[in-house]
Ligand binder design. Structure first.
Ligand code: SF4
Ligand code: SF4
Length: 97
């Protein structure tokens, strides 16, 4: 599922990346791949801005504005219902996520 196109605030600083692969392990949406010993954002539109990658990157190579809007609701849906598509944001779209 693509969350939204071109809206994720996720940024990767390849100069800081060591290619440790931790982001590929913690990301629930398979946003990253490791290419040539560096992380690469290969599925940006899958990102739901949960912040797990940023919080687990020991080299401060990742930045994302996490915990806001529908993305946060999707994470709550995942935690509460085991399904990130059953969010609980209650937005005017009536359960878009
Ligand atoms: S966790 Fe950070 S340093 Fe490790 S591969 Fe991902 S971006 Fe690079
Ligand atoms: S913010 Fe969450 S969904 Fe987006 S790339 Fe990082 S771990 Fe994956």
């Amino acid at each position: 599922m693509v969350y939204m196109k071109n809206v994720s605030t996720l940024k990767l600083d390849k100069d800081l990346c060591t290619g440790c692969g931790r982001c590929t392990e913690v990301c629930p949406r398979e946003v990253f791949t490791i290419e040539n010993r560096k992380a690469s954002i290969t599925n940006l539109d899958n990102c739901l801005e949960c912040g797990a990658c940023m919080n687990n990157c020991a080299f401060k190579a990742l930045n994302v504005k996490s915990g806001v809007g529908c993305a946060a609701a999707m994470v709550k849906g995942l935690l509460k219902y085991g399904d990130m598509d059953k969010g609980t944001c209650g937005c005017e779209n009536g359960g878009c996520c």
